[in-house]
Design a protein around this ligand. Structure first.
Ligand code: ATP
Ligand code: MG
Length: 455
């Protein structure tokens, strides 16, 4: 592959893979006399021949100037001000070259404001990892590598730009990002970076709950949820990132979350304490398979249901409905309140779990009497969760196929607001604005059908 030089090696990235709107943004900025590059994750992913999740642009233009250049743009953020350029529902994040702010308090390196403009070199250095510090110049087909990111991409290494201890103290969320990239790309965390991470895990407690929760969702959605959770455990980040989950898990299993390698092999008589751990790892594996196979993103409700399932598993099928409702509510409170989970996501997780029980009940007249479940707003998510749970448990394929068939034959019907069936107890529910397209739903269903066929 290309050799790295400070000037930037000639590396033709597949521009056909670049979002045309991102190219439009770069070209227009260049035409207006600014410097402009594709930057960060998209350059990394194109170099690795992976499909980028999104495309970001870095430029010498200030946010105000970007705003003036694109009528379809808006300035966002306070802590970190940048412009969003809109193309329909798509957003191209366009940020001004900035420099790492100089902190005044020697004891606390935490960055609270990050709006000091700089040049491309400053902008490369303020980024988190060398593999994320690359710029792509579309005019010369050249990667501008000012942080020796290309050799790290070639070697498969996650390394902070600059002193890792400082970089983690400036922004502890970077530790979770290190885990995310190591897991997702199957890279190793470079030794000095890893040692600094081990020494700084406690700083996570300084991060806002909202940022932490978003990072947890990203870990779960990234297609490497299982490896991410293993790395969270290995590094000691886990109890800082998901304290309420750890507490609940401990009280449920007595052993805490046991690493997969330490779970005995027995399939029939696995000691009880290990069962929640085994189920969680299996659910995470199944979630990864879902993400990678369908290229769909599981909703936050599904992700929360996956975290909750191993904790309530034993009560699930045996408890009377009313008790189960209470157990789920109490467990939800204990898990979600400290993490600051949005009410909407939590409600969806509750609906998924309640629907799940109904969906896996013994086949028979009762289930057939209630195809109305298919018309529910949450049905798609419940079906996604069912597919993942069936895969994780290695049983329930016929139930899954049954619901899949019902879903396929159902005529779309607008759900009545608060129309109660016995799962909802007639509680009024706010309609969740689905952010998934019909095509997305269909694709999820297709995958579900394929999986049902395999089982
Ligand atoms: P993904 O594929 O998950 O989107 P990404 O690398 O694009 O990965 P983003 O969160 O989209 O990650 O951020 C875009 C870029 O912004 C990163 O590549 C990195 O250069 C920079 N960046 C993001 N978060 C931080 C941070 N906490 N500290 C320093 N730089 C960051
Ligand atoms: Mg990105």
């Amino acid at each position: 592959m290309a050799q790295s030089t400070q000037e930037g090696p000639y590396v033709a990235l597949p521009l056909s893979e670049v979002d045309p709107d991102a190219l439009k943004v770069v070209r227009k900025l260049l035409a207006n006399g600014h410097e402009a590059y594709l930057v960060g994750g998209c350059v990394r992913d194109l170099y690795l021949r992976r499909r980028p999740k999104d495309f970001d642009v870095a430029t010498s233009a200030t946010p105000e100037s970007i705003r003036k250049t694109f009528r379809n743009s808006r300035i966002i953020g306070r802590r970190f001000k940048l412009a969003h350029v809109y193309f329909g529902t798509k957003v191209i994040e366009t940020s001004t070259f900035r420099t790492t702010p100089i902190t005044t308090n020697d004891d606390d390196l935490l960055i609270t404001h990050d709006n000091e403009w700089g040049n491309i070199e400053d902008d490369a250095r303020r980024r988190d990892f060398t593999i994320n510090g690359l710029f792509y110049d579309i005019e010369s087909d050249t990667i501008v590598d000012l942080v020796a990111g290309i050799p790290d991409l070639d070697r498969g290494v996650i390394r902070t730009i600059g002193d890792p201890l400082t970089r983690f103290q400036e922004d502890p969320v970077r530790m979770i990002r290190a885990v995310k990239f190591a897991a997702r790309l199957d890279f190793t965390i470079e030794e000095e970076t890893w040692r600094a991470l081990l020494a700084t895990v406690g700083d996570i407690d300084k991060c806002s709950r909202a940022r932490l929760l978003e990072e947890v969702y990203k870990l779960l959605r990234g297609g490497a949820a299982r490896r991410s959770f293993e790395l969270l455990l290995e590094s000691g980040l886990f109890p800082h990132v998901l304290p309420s989950f750890v507490e609940l898990f401990d009280s449920r299993s007595g052993l805490g979350l046991v690493r997969p390698q330490r779970i005995p092999d027995e399939h029939e008589d696995l000691p009880r304490g290990y069962q929640p751990s085994r189920l969680l790892w299996a659910l995470l594996d199944a979630l990864d398979e879902y993400t990678l196979e369908t290229r769909q993103i599981a909703s936050n409700g599904v992700l929360l249901a996956i975290l909750l399932a191993p904790i309530i598993d034993e009560d699930w099928l045996s408890a009377p409905r009313r008790d189960l409702d209470k157990t789920i509510d109490a467990t939800m409170d204990a898990l979600c309140n400290p993490l600051g989970v949005a009410r909407r996501d939590r409600e969806l997780a509750r609906q998924i779990l309640m629907a799940h029980r109904r969906m896996v009940e013994t086949p028979g007249a009762r289930r057939k009497r209630r195809p109305s479940l298919v018309q529910r707003q949450y049905f798609h998510d419940a079906l996604v969760f069912l597919g993942i749970a069936v895969q994780a448990r290695g049983e329930g394929g016929s139930e899954f196929a049954h619901w899949q068939r019902l879903a396929a034959s159902a005529t779309p019907m607008v759900e009545r607001e608060g129309a109660g069936d016995d799962e909802d107890d007639g509680k009024r529910r706010r309609r969740r604005r689905g952010n998934r397209s019909r095509r997305g739903r269909q694709a999820g269903g297709d995958r579900a059908a394929r999986s049902a066929g395999q089982r």
